[in-house]
Every structure is written in C-alpha cells, then in structure tokens.
Design a protein around this ligand. Structure first.
Ligand code: NAD
Length: 250
C-alpha cells in the first residue's frame, strides 16, 4: 500500500476530485480526514470509505478561515495522532471578465482559492514538523499556468497564486523534510465543471482546445496527487504536475 500508516487531510473532500482522492488514499492505507463546508455530503463520503474497510472522518472546514483550519487540523491530530499529508483541494469557480467582475467576486475567489491554500499550509506545517516531515499537494489548475479568453481572470489569478506560493513554501520548508507541490488539472468531470458547462457551446470550445478532446475523470487527477503525497515522490518538491489532456501543450 502506497500510503500505509500515513494520515492525510483533504480540503474540499465532500465531492468531486477531493472525494475521489479520499477514496483512493484510504484504499492505499491512509487514515483520511475530509474537510468541507458541505457537511452532509462530507459525512456520506467518510461513511462510504469506512463501509469499504478504510479509516476516514469528516470535519467541518471553511478554508477561508484560519480558526476553522486550526479546529479541523486539531480534530484530525486528536483522532489519528499526527498529520503527514495535506491536499489543499477546495476551490470555487466564478465567471465574468475583467470589467464585469465585482470586487466582491474577486475577494471571494481569492479568499477560497488562494488564501485557503496559504492558511491550510500555515496550519499544517507545525504538525508536519512534529511528525518529522510531510507532503503538501496544492490543487491549482491549467488556468494557473495560462490565461483563457473564456475563463475568469479572477479564477486565473487565484490559481496562479497557488502555483507560485507552492514554490515559495517548498523552498522555505525543504529543511523540515516537507515537500510542497502543485497539481494542474484540465477540464475534469466534477460538479464544478458541470456547473461551468451549463452552456454546451462552452464545453465544445474547451474540449476543442484540449488535444485529448474529452473531460478527464477525477481519478485521473487523484492518481497524480497520490504519487506526490506518497514517499515515491521523495525527491520532488516545488514541482508543478500538469494533468490536462494536453491543454497547455499548445
Ligand atoms: P467541486 O466543486 O466538485 O468540489 C470542490 C469542493 O470544495 C466542494 O465539495 C466544495 O463544497 C468545497 N469548498 C468550496 N468552498 C469551500 C470552502 N470555503 N471551504 C471548504 N470547502 C470548500 O470541484 P472540483 O472540480 O472537484 O475541484 C477541486 C479543485 O480542483 C478546485 O480547487 C478546483 O478549482 C480545481 N480544478 C477543477 C477543475 C475541473 O475541471 N473540475 C480543473 C482544474 C482545477
């Protein structure tokens, strides 16, 4: 098992890619804590993992609040004894261009997508230092590496922040044996994407720009996150793993 004896915390674990990572991590031997604002769904995913023979818990988490992070990580360490892995996966998408994006929308997407990753990393690091090291995987996007005339500049900016924050944190904490890497998914078949693709012409355009011409499955990202979380990636830090069907190869 690739995560035997590891304790992992996954933000945004109630659905989509976070839930998929939770299921796969548990199958690979990790004790998994899922944090999310969607309490009912999150409890259901944790129960499903336990029913399948894994170890999992759900804890309420709003990633935009430092206090909420402190409570969630404390609950995880109280239950499972330590913290080895953090996946900063929670995120929101927004629409609109530069001129029609309100200040409120900009602040909200930055609070969740960028500040949420900073706060999770900040609160997790002291626990990882106690554990003798750890692995942090930050979920950015292909939209954190390239712009898009169809996408939201605010979303682009928030995911770009995750990309470079990852490298900064990796350099700061290499001496603590803590690795920090980012993952950059392309269009992945999750509730978030379904909301964004309500207009079918938008999906057609995005898939035309994706050389593989299809949506990715959540598991196709989760396998990459698993690799970075595991000791198999022991020489990998500050790296950006792109899982996007070839989108940014153009
Ligand atoms: P999703 O909407 O299906 O799941 C995201 C989860 O994050 C939800 O359960 C949601 O409740 C949770 N969340 C939102 N705000 C939160 C908050 N303040 N505190 C705690 N939890 C919160 O989305 P997904 O597609 O699974 O996305 C997961 C990550 O991948 C996100 O960061 C997203 O930006 C990124 N991403 C998604 C795609 C895609 O095509 N689906 C592509 C690239 C990157």
């Amino acid at each position: 098992m690739r995560l035997k004896d590891k304790v992992a915390f996954i933000s945004g674990g109630a659905r989509g890619m976070g839930a998929s990572e939770g299921r796969i991590f548990a199958r690979e031997g990790a004790k998994v804590a899922l944090g999310d604002i969607r309490d009912e769904l999150g409890h259901e995913v944790a129960q499903e993992i336990c029913d399948a023979g894994g170890e999992a818990m759900f804890v309420h988490l709003d990633v935009a609040s430092e206090e909420s992070w402190q409570e969630a990580i404390a609950a995880t360490v109280e239950r499972f004894g330590k913290l080895d892995i953090l996946v900063n996966n929670a995120g929101i998408s927004v629409s609109g261009g530069v001129v029609d994006t309100t200040e409120e929308t900009w602040d909200r997407v930055m609070d969740v997508n960028a500040k949420g990753v900073f706060l999770g990393t900040k609160v997790a690091i002291p626990e990882m230092q106690k554990a003798g090291g750890g692995s942090i995987v930050n979920i950015s996007s292909q939209m954190g590496l390239v712009g898009s005339e169809m996408g939201s500049p605010a979303y682009n900016a928030s995911k770009g922040a995750v990309h470079i924050f990852t490298k900064s944190a990796a350099l700061r904490h290499v001496g603590d044996n803590i690795r920090v890497n980012s993952v950059h998914p392309g269009p992945i078949n999750t509730p978030m994407l379904n909301d964004g693709f309500e207009d079918p012409s938008r999906e057609t355009k995005v898939l035309q720009m994706t050389p593989m011409g299809r949506r990715g499955a959540p598991e196709e990202v989760a396998w990459g996150v698993l690799y970075l979380a595991s000791d198999e990636a022991s020489y990998v830090t500050g790296a950006a793993l792109v899982i996007d069907g070839g989108y940014i190869a153009h």
